[in-house]
Each structure stands twice: as structure tokens, then as C-alpha cells.
Design a protein around this ligand. Structure first.
Ligand code: GLC
Ligand code: GLC
Length: 816
């Protein structure tokens, strides 16, 4: 069953009923002010950091899930009995005569009709400003005049979202507001150490307002039926303590056919510390700087201009790569939604979604490095800055803080470090940056270790440390020690936790000298190959030789100690016993080492790679994708950590963990099986799963972290949508390996491995200032390629760098 459809022409997903299986959300903002917004306008807003500068409240895990957000009520003032509804359906949930939500690139529109009154609302954040616009057009489609009241409301958060949700003995006393010239200012803690405040304003004269929640809602009432709305009159309450809100009341009279545009602006502003108050020795917010900004965006022509700028911004980003393949689902994901999702992961890493509270997790070291693989071609300058921020949270050992806070850019001590895969992802990120941009100067950029002034070393040294970090931590079989965990946060082989509630990732009971990871071995080979390519281009020949020896040695360790007979083992536990082996009772085969080792080209020559991938197909693949492991753990194993704490078929215990599937897709292309790679791609492609939305439940336009697997009680149900490495990796697998449009150190490589049933594809790729127009035609069933550049055949798959004045290159590829 479907709840909407893809409007590819407009780069939108259109939802045509409000009661989607879960709230289907979108993100607004791409610099400092951000909002999460659901298809019924739920969600919240924050400035830079979802924990430390939360602007509006959202109560996670509420019933219903999406209870807080941007409330609008329309009231029929002429009706004898109270008659009001919400044009976004929530929170009144009065059934609307029509409803449509369009999630687009950085905006969301909700259009609905009730009792002859039409409303169109567009929500977006103007580029360069710390505010959101709710642009409402209300139309009277009745044959008679309509007397209407419009109420809008938000509930303010007291900035630190964790404290706001826990420290009520203080928080019921501190809220303060000002209401001046029809604008509501939320200024809790402004008198003391904060110099920032929030504001809520409207383009029309107010009939009334409220700022105290209980006055607006009425005692013992909720947002579905506020007393002020029922009565048609706000009370002018000034909040002192309790729950601060911003509620605005406007009255409009519309003739038949007439419409009115009403703009609301909700935003955030920081004053200079010394300029906080006006008059200076008062306690009143200085509004001199913010008022012109508010006034500007309440003007319709300014709102229109800001909206066009936003559209153009997104179209420009997406134009970096556009493809036309025989598969509609792949086209719309690559051209629109997958690229969009990757940029959202750039902004938020894993911090704020409907599954991530914005409180617990900052920017992940591993996560952000991997996300970069997907966004580097769209925002290379930001990618460069991100690399420098990440490298600055590395320790002198080469290890890294697992996470850092976006506001402070400092490593998070609560989570700490010793996730032994972390440093290697930095090598892959820098390699991707070099390949995309050719900007080798980044290697000389000096950044500190652990943000300590004076410890600055060039990025190149940071990379060397990353490689050394693994080599200095090898276990009894010559495989890398796993530490707290590798990519799989839940395979905690040194934790042995038997205390309820204890974190598996921060508790350690073993010295960590035995448990090894085959996955990190594969990742090491992959990263060391990149390091070697970089070192060679810098002329560091000794280093090249050393890396070559390490790669060979590690490859051998994988093919001996890491090989189980039919597939790659996952690890050795703290007793030296294999994990992910036929010898195990459960968890006999894991996906990660099959994907990673073959991506690193281990076992391709002797057929082990193919054997491993055949085992994936046989033991792990199911209709919803490839599960992480099989058989799933039925009971809790003390020596394996968090993994077996999950019920079978969920999360790391055998769900389809979408992040890992693309590794297998890439691996399949390494052995020439494009058809198999594309088959796996399609199984988890959200658009291709749209038809079964009632089973999948999450948004059909973005990847989710997981889909419950073949051993789950309820199969095929997605969870944790939006903020996941699945976004970047699926994009990379499809565009760089199936379509084979792959940036390389010395230019763009075109090396497609497409299904035998495809007759070809076309693509436009902007690369280092040149537009590459690529046309691929299949004339035989194999993978043999003949490339021509502007009509002239070339040998190999690397396009020569064009002369500097060339802006466009036409590439044609014949596959036979
Ligand atoms: C989550 C984490 C990621 C980790 C994965 C597997 O997606 O964000 O860092 O690799 O889980 O445990
Ligand atoms: C949990 C999750 C895992 C995530 C980790 C981050 O273990 O299962 O996916 O990466 O938390 O702390």
C-alpha cells in the first residue's frame, strides 16, 4: 500500500493522507538554524546544536509519536457551535476534505481544505538567516463570506534539551518572555548568562496572543482543543515560569473567492554580550538588530525571493551528478533523494532525527568520515573543513574520539575512544577528497591532536598515524585488535557486561590483547592501498614499500586465520575463538568481512572472494535485503557484547543493516557481477519498496538504518530513517561501482559493471570544473569496455585530464 507518490519533475515526494504509518519527515535549513518537520508539521527547531540550543520542544516517545510542532488552527468565527480545525491535520485531527503534503529540497508544503476553506502553507528557512518562515495562504472557496480566526502556536524549549526534559524543579520557575509590537520574544535565562533569545512574529496585526501554555490550552486540556481557540479569543497571558509558548491570534474576513497571505516568522537571535539590553541598564532585550530582520521576512516579496534562492541552491547541488538509467527507482534516488539525504547526514551526522533525540550523540568520527564519501562532490569546501575538524579530534597515538559536539568541536569524553576501526576511515575520507578535488594542499594543512594548541601536524602525518595505529595493535594471528568495537558498535568482545543498563561501548573487562577483527583487517588493506597511492604520488618510495609489505601481510592473515572455508570469519573473541564461523552455534556468518575484504580485493585471485559472495547469497540474502548475520543470536552471550542483547532479526543482531549492503554490491562489481549488485541495490532502495509502505513503515524517499530481517518476529519493517551511513554508501555503490563513474587521483574513471539486461545509461557529472557527458551502450553481455573521448577511442578507463580551457567533455562507452 502507498501513502503518496514521487513527483520527480518537482523534486518532491507527495503524501496524500496524513496518517502515514510513522511520521514522515523532512529537514529544513543547511547552515545554523535547523528544523525537523513531519508531514503534519510536527517536529522542532534548533540553532547549530540539537542538544544545547533547542528552540522549540519535542517530547520523544510521546503518544502519538508526533505530538509537538508547528500548531495552526483555523476557526470559523461565524459558526454557532465552536468549529475549528488544523490545516496540517495535527493536532486537532479533524478529518480534512483534502490533504496533501509535499516534502521538497529544504522545504515542506501542506495544502488542505476543510468546509470550503483552503489553506496552503510553505515552511522553509531562508539561506543565510536564523529563522523559519511559515507562509500561509488562506482562500475562501465558499459562496459566502467567511469570518475566520487563525491561531498559530509553538512551545519554547529552555535551550538545553536534556535539562529541559529533566530539571523541572528549576525549569518551572525560570521561563520569561517579552511581547512588544505584536512580537513574542522568548528570553529564559537572558537576564543571566545567555545573550540569545527566540522570537515569533506575524505579518498581520494581532487580535490577541498568549505566552503561558495553560492559559492558552485551558486547565486539563491538550493541543487538540485549546480553550482560547474554542472561545475564539486569546487571553494576552504573559508567561512567568511554567511553560512558555508563543501563540498568535489573527482575524480575517474573506469574500467568496478571496484569499489572504499571512506570514509567520519563528527565529533565533544572538546579541553581543555588551549590547544585550536596551536601555543598557535595563533588563529588556535589545531588539535593534533583530527587528529589521523580522520585518524583512514578513514581507511577501522577501519571502518569495528567499524561497527562489533556496530552490536554486538545491538545484545547483543536485546538478553535480544526474543519471538516466533504465531503472526509475535508481534514477530518482540518485538524482534527488539519496543525494539530499547525504547532505542531511553531513549536517547532523547521527544527532537529530525522529529516532535520534539530538541529545545523546554528536558527530561520529567514523560516521562523518563515511558520510563524506557521498557528499564530497557536492560541497568540497565543507568536506575539507570537516576533515580538518575530524582530524583535530585524533589523539597523538592516531586513535580518535569516537564523537565530538558540533558546537564546541571537542571530543566527547563520555564515549571516549578505542574503537579500533575509527582512524582508518579518515584515510578513506581524505583519499575521496583528493580524488574529487585534486587539492593536494590539504595534506600539508596542520591541525592539532586532541585539539591541543601546539600539537599541530600536517594532515599527512595524521594519516600516517592512522595507519600505524592499526599496525601497532595486532593480535595473536596478526589481525588487528578490535578494541571497544569496530564498525559494528555492538560487537564488544572485551566488554563482558553483566550489569543492567551499563554501556557496552564504554565498559571494558578484558585487556584487549586477544580479540581481533577480520573486518578491520579488510578495512586496513583498503585504506593502506589508498595511503600507498598517495605516498607514491608524493614520491615517498620507502613508505610505499613499507605499505606494500603491510598490505601483503595483512591480506595473508585474512586468507589464513580469517578464512573459514566458505566465507571470511568475523573476528576472534577474547578467548581466541572464532566469531562468524561454522564452528559457532549461532552467528556463523557475518556480512561485514565479506563486503569489506572483497572491496579491498582480498581473495579475488584465488576464488575466495567469489566463494564468500556466494555464501552471502546463500545464507544472508532475503527479499528485504542482506541480513547482517545468520543465524541470529537467540540468547545473550556475555563475551559478544551488545549484539546479542537485541532480539533476533533486529539491529546488529541480524537485521538488514542497510549500511553494509552496499559493501556487498561493490564487492559484486569487483568480481564482475553487475546484475547481482543491482539486485541487492533494488532490494533496499526505498523507492522500490514504496509499494509496501505499510510493511516498511518509514519514509519511502530515504534510507533507514535497518529493516527487520528474515529471523525477526515482524519482517521488513524499517527503523531509524534519515541519519545513517546507508545514504552515502548506497550512493557510492551505485554511482561509482555499478555505473562506475569514479573519481580517481589522476582524473575521472569510467568503469561500469551494469546488469546484462540493461542496454546502457547516460549521465552528466561535474568534475574538477568540467561537465562530463557520459553515454554508455551495451552491445554484448560481458563487462569489456571501450571508451571514446569526444569521438576518439582511448585505452583503459581513466579519462585524460582535458586542456584547461575545456568546459565540456563527451564520453562514450561501449560494453560488450
Ligand atoms: C550505527 C552507528 C555506526 C555504526 C553502526 C553499526 O549506525 O552510527 O557508527 O557503525 O551503527 O553498529
Ligand atoms: C547502539 C546501536 C548502534 C549504535 C550505537 C551507538 O549500540 O545498536 O547501532 O551505533 O548504539 O552508540
Amino acid at each position: 500500500m502507498k501513502y503518496g507518490w514521487f513527483d520527480d519533475q518537482n523534486f518532491e515526494y507527495v503524501i496524500n493522507r496524513p496518517d502515514t504509518p510513522l511520521p514522515w519527515i523532512n529537514y529544513l535549513g543547511n547552515e545554523a538554524y535547523f528544523s525537523l518537520i513531519s508531514n503534519t508539521a510536527g517536529g522542532y527547531s534548533f540553532y547549530k546544536d540539537a542538544r544545547l540550543r533547542r528552540i522549540t520542544r519535542f517530547r520523544y516517545n510521546n503518544a502519538p509519536l508526533d505530538s509537538e510542532g508547528r500548531f495552526i488552527y483555523i476557526r470559523d468565527d461565524a459558526s454557532e457551535k465552536p468549529c475549528f480545525w488544523s490545516p496540517t491535520w495535527n493536532p486537532t485531527k479533524i478529518p480534512l476534505d483534502s490533504y496533501e503534503c509535499r516534502h521538497g529540497m529544504g522545504y515542506t508544503k501542506v495544502q488542505s481544505k476543510y468546509s470550503g476553506i483552503k489553506s496552503d502553507i510553505t515552511y522553509f528557512i531562508p539561506i543565510g538567516h536564523n529563522l523559519e518562515i511559515w507562509d500561509l495562504v488562506i482562500t475562501n472557496d465558499r459562496d459566502e463570506p467567511a469570518d475566520l480566526s487563525i491561531f498559530s502556536a509553538v512551545e519554547f524549549c529552555l535551550w538545553d534539551a536534556l535539562d529541559d526534559a529533566t530539571n523541572f524543579q528549576r525549569n518551572y520557575s525560570i521561563p520569561e518572555v517579552e511581547v512588544v509590537d505584536g512580537i513574542i520574544y522568548h528570553k529564559s535565562e537572558y537576564r543571566e548568562r545567555r545573550s540569545h533569545f527566540a522570537f515569533f512574529a506575524c505579518s498581520e496585526p494581532l487580535a490577541g496572543f498568549d505566552t503561558q501554555r495553560e492559559n492558552f490550552l485551558g486547565p486539563y486540556r491538550g493541543w487538540a482543543a485549546p480553550l482560547a481557540v474554542e472561545k475564539g479569543e486569546a487571553g494576552g497571558s504573559i508567561c512567568l515560569g511554567w511553560q512558555p509558548i508563543g501563540a498568535l491570534h489573527i482575524k480575517v474576513t474573506l469574500k467568496p473567492g478571496e484569499h489572504k497571505r499571512i506570514i509567520f516568522v519563528l527565529g533565533y537571535h544572538e546579541n553581543q554580550e555588551e549590547d544585550k539590553f536596551d536601555p543598557p541598564n535595563s533588563q529588556i532585550i535589545n531588539k535593534k538588530h533583530v527587528k529589521p530582520v523580522i520585518a524583512r521576512f514578513l514581507r511577501p516579496e522577501e519571502a518569495d525571493r528567499a524561497f527562489s534562492t533556496l530552490r536554486a541552491y538545491w538545484m545547483d547541488l543536485l546538478a553535480k551528478l544526474q543519471v538516466n538509467t533504465p531503472d526509475v527507482h535508481a534514477n530518482r534516488m540518485i538524482n534527488i533523494w539519496n543525494a539530499y539525504q547525504i547532505l542531511i547526514t553531513y549536517n547532523f551526522s547521527r544527532s537529530a532525527s525522529y529516532f535520534e533525540s539530538g541529545i545523546g550523540r554528536g558527530m561520529g568520527f567514523r560516521d562523518s568520515n563515511q558520510d563524506l564519501l557521498g557528499f564530497v562532490h557536492m560541497i568540497p569546501e565543507q568536506a575539507r573543513d570537516r576533515i580538518l575538524d575530524l582530524a583535530a579530534t585524533q589523539f597523538p597515538t592516531g586513535g580518535a574520539y569516537h564523537q565530538y559536539q558540533p558546537m564546541t568541536k571537542r571530543g566527547n569524553h563520555d564515549i571516549g575512544s578505542n574503537f579500533n576501526d575509527d582512524p582508518l576511515w579518515l584515510v578513506l575520507a581524505v583519499a575521496a577528497y583528493l580524488k574529487e578535488t585534486g587539492d593536494w594542499s590539504i595534506l600539508e594543512e596542520a591541525v592539532p591532536f586532541d585539539n591541543q594548541p601546539g600539537s599541530e601536524k600536517p594532515i599527512y602525518v595524521h594519516l600516517q598515524k592512522s595507519i600505524q595505529y592499526t599496525l601497532e595493535r595486532l593480535g595473536p594471528h596478526g589481525l588487528p585488535l578490535i578494541g571497544r568495537a569496530d564498525w559494528n558498535d555492538c560487537l564488544n568482545l572485551n566488554s563482558f557486561s553483566n550489569t543492567p543498563g551499563q554501556s557496552f561501548q564504554t565498559s571494558t573487562s578484558k585487556d584487549g590483547k586477544i580479540a581481533e577483527s577480520v573486518f578491520i583487517a579488510g578495512l586496513f588493506v583498503l585504506a593502506a592501498r589508498e595511503m600507498k597511492a598517495i605516498a607514491r604520488r608524493l614520491g615517498n618510495n620507502d613508505e610505499v614499500d613499507g605499505l606494500e609489505r603491510s598490505i601483503e601481510k595483512m591480506g595473508k592473515a585474512v586468507l589464513t586465520a580469517g578464512w573459514d572455508g566458505e566465507w571470511f570469519r568475523r573476528a576472534n573473541d577474547a578467548f581466541g575463538n572464532p566469531v562468524g564461523s561454522k564452528e559457532c552455534q549461532e552467528g556463523q556468518i557475518f556480512i561485514e568481512p565479506q563486503g569489506m575484504c572483497v572491496m579491498a580485493e582480498i581473495g579475488i585471485e584465488d576464488g575466495k572472494a567469489q566463494q564468500a559472495l556466494d555464501s552471502v547469497q546463500k545464507y544472508l540474502a532475503c527479499q528485504h535485503g542482506i541480513v547482517l548475520l545468520s543465524p541470529a543470536y537467540q540468547k545473550y552471550y556475555l563475551h559478544l557484547g551488545e549484539i546479542s542483547s537485541y532480539p533476533p532479526g533486529y539491529k546488529e543482531n541480524g537485521s538488514v543493516f542497510c549500511h553494509t549492503n552496499p559493501w556487498v554490491m561493490i564487492a559484486e562489481t569487483k568480481i564482475g557481477r553487475g546484475g547481482q549488485a543491482f539486485d541487492y541495490y533494488s532490494r533496499i532502495n526505498p523507492s522500490a519498496r514504496e509499494q509496501q509502505s505499510e510493511i516498511h513503515r518509514c519514509e519511502p524517499y530515504v534510507y533507514a538504518q535497518m529493516i527487520s530481517g528474515k529471523e525477526a518476529g515482524k519482517q521488513g519493517e524499517a527503523k531509524n530513517s534519515w541519519l545513517t551511513g546507508s545514504a552515502a554508501w548506497n550512493y557510492v555503490a551505485f554511482t561509482q561501482h555499478i555505473l562506475g563513474i569514479r573519481p580517481d587521483y589522476d582524473g575521472l574513471r569510467i568503469q561500469p559493471v551494469i546488469p546484462s539486461g540493461w542496454n546502457g545509461f547516460t549521465a552528466v557529472r561535474k568534475f574538477r570544473g568540467v561537465d562530463y557527458k557520459i553515454q554508455v551502450k551495451r552491445i554484448g553481455k560481458g563487462n569489456n569496455l571501450q571508451l571514446s573521448v569526444d569521438g576518439t577511442p582511448i585505452s583503459g578507463t581513466l579519462l585524460p585530464i582535458p586542456a584547461s580551457e575545456v568546459a565540456e567533455v563527451n564520453v562514450s562507452v561501449l560494453i560488450r
